[in-house]
Ligand binder design. Structure first.
Ligand code: PLP
Length: 387
């Protein structure tokens, strides 16, 4: 009886999701990321870079398929230590620690770092993994309005009674393509003696003159204490995440962070690919710089065509449509025209704010971008999103 009741409960929830137009189909792709893919986080095109793929193959052959172990048992190879050292050097921080994903890095840091004596102040639109990580910790929790410095200041004042204060924000917000006002956040942090944590998943590798991220872009590399980021987006796109920051913090995470202590080491092939991606970025800033003009081209042409594009100067270009079904049917029609984009709706974005999130990559040519804008214009007219 319990099993059939469960089935009924689940089916009714699934029916609600279908009924509200927010059902997410997973499309099966039979090749590597192609160039008319406008919905990957493959910002720099490194997931199909021949040197990145080769490095991954070599690591697989030399170090095997995997460690069948967590790091502290028998899961640490020289390539893991090398990659951690490289990540710290890339971000100009003291040390770094690898995780299976940035979701894990976010799930593991707050509980290990903060106690009931401390406070964490979090932007209301932070990524789900930051929200979950904060849920797991016992610190006093403050949620400030999205990028609202007055609200953050008020909450920092209230948080003065606690031992440590940690402001946590996405560097770049993945649903809206907007960039956190890090200069102002760091000024407030200085005024109220707080630490700053940023999630750089949508910034590492391509924001700032050398692709170091939002802190480099906004000139506050020496003021942000802790960075979490992913190896699964611009840095080769395979998988993996990390924390980089002060050495005692990294030492503590190795002792206390649960997703690190109780989950398998990163597979060598994944380590090899991320390590090569970082190497390429540290050799020259040409790759990091390769997409700003393309982002600008897409944003200005789409705006001229009559669309509303959220955010600013970021390769995440959300085409705001409002209605979940409209976003889904337009995305389907774009695919019929050879442009792969996806509609985003509740619960990934708030109700009534459905959109198609376009992501520009360095591998898109100007012609690809123009084709994408033309297709949007046709499809938008057909479905009434444009006059
Ligand atoms: N943080 C942000 C802002 C993200 O966008 C994502 C991925 O969607 C994550 C964390 C999780 O990263 P990973 O895929 O490495 O778990």
């Amino acid at each position: 009886a319990a099993a059939s009741q469960l089935r009924r409960v689940l089916e009714s929830q699934l029916e609600d999701i279908r009924g509200s137009g927010t059902w997410k189909n997973e499309r099966v792709i039979a090749s590597r990321q192609g160039i008319l893919n406008f919905c990957a986080n493959n910002y720099l095109g490194l997931s199909s870079h021949p040197e990145v793929i080769q490095a991954s193959v070599e690591a697989l052959e030399k170090f095997g398929a995997g460690l069948s172990s967590v790091r502290f048992i028998c899961g640490t190879q020289s390539i893991h230590k090398d990659l951690e050292e490289k990540i710290a050097r890339f971000h100009q921080r003291e040390d770094a620690i690898l995780y299976a994903s940035c979701f894990d890095a976010n799930a593991g840091i707050f509980e290990a770092l903060l106690t009931p004596e401390d406070a964490v102040l979090s932007d209301e639109l932070n990524h789900a993994s930051i929200i979950d990580g904060i849920r797991l910790c016992k610190a006093n929790k403050y949620r400030y309005k999205h990028m609202d410095m007055e609200d953050l200041e008020a909450k920092l004042q209230d948080a003065q009674k606690h031992r440590l204060r940690l402001v946590a924000t996405d560097g770049a917000f993945s649903m809206d393509g907007d960039i956190a006002p890090l200069r102002e956040i760091c000024q407030l942090a200085q005024k109220y003696d707080a630490l700053v944590f940023i999630d750089e998943c949508h910034a590492t590798g391509f924001l700032g003159p050398n692709g170091r991220g939002t802190d480099e872009l906004l000139g506050v590399m020496d003021k942000v204490t802790i960075i979490n980021s992913t190896l699964g987006k611009a840095l080769g796109g395979a998988a993996g995440g990390y924390t980089t920051g002060p050495k005692p913090l990294i030492d503590l995470l190795r002792q206390r962070s649960r997703p690190y202590l109780f989950s398998n080491s990163l597979p060598p092939a994944v380590v090899g690919c991320a390590s090569k991606a970082l190497h390429l970025l540290m050799e020259s800033n040409a790759i990091a710089q390769s997409m700003a003009a393309k982002t600008q081209r897409f944003r200005s042409k789409m705006t001229a065509a009559g669309f509303t594009i959220s955010g600013k100067d970021h390769p995440i270009c959300p085409v705001m449509l409002g209605d979940a079904r409209l976003a889904a049917v337009m995305a389907e029609d774009m695919l019929n025209r050879g442009i792969y984009v996806i509609g985003f709706s509740y619960p990934v974005v708030p109700k009534g704010k459905a959109r198609i999130r376009v992501q520009i990559s360095a591998v898109h040519s100007d012609e690809d971008i123009d084709r994408c804008v033309e297709a949007f214009t046709e499809v938008g007219r057909k479905h009434g999103a444009l006059p």
